[in-house]
Design a protein around this ligand. Structure first.
Ligand code: UD2
Length: 297
């Protein structure tokens, strides 16, 4: 994608900032971010920064004026926070998402929304295809599912080119903070030679996808003709948390022990993407394997 005017909401965040980095050299890029979790240091110099809240229609309108594409990555990413305060996360994850779609309609802009594997809840089959039943286990999952469905509906009703990307467990540089995911937690523990703490027996599994692959999926979504669709973004490989702990320990040369703690309440047992639809329609295939991804961290 080149020579476009692009808005990335949440552009200073973990996934958003990697996407901005990829887009900035060949496009006119703006970001809208309230900097609650995002950080300016990751943003290239030639990007226009609009500090504001995606829930604020005025800020959003200003940010979206004249854009060709909107990548919507602003969100409350903590599942726990959505359980504690469902209405508050709904305002950001769903209501603001709807504002983004409305704004895109005004501008006749393409929209790529960040959806989630959380839409599936406990998957009924593995690897899980996009056609599987959706039964989220958290307000976060319900909000992402509704956003994902609104994106489809906007294509159907208003002919707006939209794509929803259902991210599995994304990891990579700049993932930090209290809701940052198991890989960054294990890496921190390993680097400090502290025990690596597995919650539960460690036989639960996830599909870990590197952020650079997630960026590539976004770039494909920005130009595809196969709009009005949702796509799984994962590797198609599942890794158990026990294997992950050992991989992290080996990659860091740490002397950490690996310990088992109580399982997390409501934890999903297994999660893995069927990536055939993304491969077929977007030409997307994850390139970064887990071990090399972790080594590069
Ligand atoms: C991921 C997403 C979440 C949502 C969800 C949908 C991340 C960071 N979160 O949650 O946004 O989309 O999928 O299902 O990608 N674990 C340990 N020790 C630790 C931390 C975690 O054993 O110190 C375990 C945890 O119990 C779980 C697994 O590692 O079984 C993955 O945990 P996570 O928080 O990284 O991600 P997940 O899959 O709960």
């Amino acid at each position: 994608i080149s020579d476009k005017t692009i808005l990335v909401t949440g552009g200073a965040g973990f996934i958003g900032s990697h996407l901005v980095e990829a887009l900035a050299p060949r496009n006119d890029v703006r970001i809208l971010d309230n900097f609650t979790t995002g950080d300016r240091v990751h943003l290239p110099d030639d990007v226009t920064i609009i500090e504001g809240d995606v829930r604020d229609p005025i800020a959003l309108q200003r940010a979206a004026r004249g854009v060709d594409v909107i990548f919507h990555h602003a969100a409350v990413v903590s599942v726990t926070q959505s359980v504690d305060e469902p209405r508050q996360s709904n305002r950001t994850n769903l209501e603001a998402g709807l504002l983004v779609l409305e704004q895109a309609r005004q501008e006749d802009a393409r929209v790529v929304v960040a959806s989630s594997a959380a839409v599936y809840g406990h998957p009924e089959e593995l690897p899980v295809p996009e056609t599987a039943s959706t039964k989220p286990t958290s307000p976060y999952g319900v909000q992402k599912l509704a956003l994902d469905q609104y994106a489809r509906l906007y294509e159907e009703l208003y002919d707006l080119p939209t794509v929803a990307l259902r991210y599995f467990n994304v990891y990579g540089p700049r993932q930090q903070g209290p809701y940052s995911g198991v890989i960054s937690t294990f890496l921190e523990q390993a680097r400090a030679d502290e025990p690596i703490t597995i919650q539960g027996d460690g036989q639960q599994s996830r599909d870990f996808v590197h952020v650079s692959d997630v960026v590539r999926a976004n770039l494909r979504a920005a130009t595809t003709d196969a709009v009005g669709e949702a796509y799984n973004v994962g590797t198609g490989e599942r890794t158990t948390i026990r294997e992950l702990a050992e991989t992290v320990r080996d990659a860091t040369g740490s002397s950490s022990t690996i310990v088992n703690r109580d399982p997390r309440a409501g934890d999903i047992r297994h999660s893995g993407a069927d990536t055939s639809k993304a491969a077929c329609d977007l030409g997307f295939d994850a390139r970064v394997g887990l071990e090399s991804g972790i080594r590069s961290l």
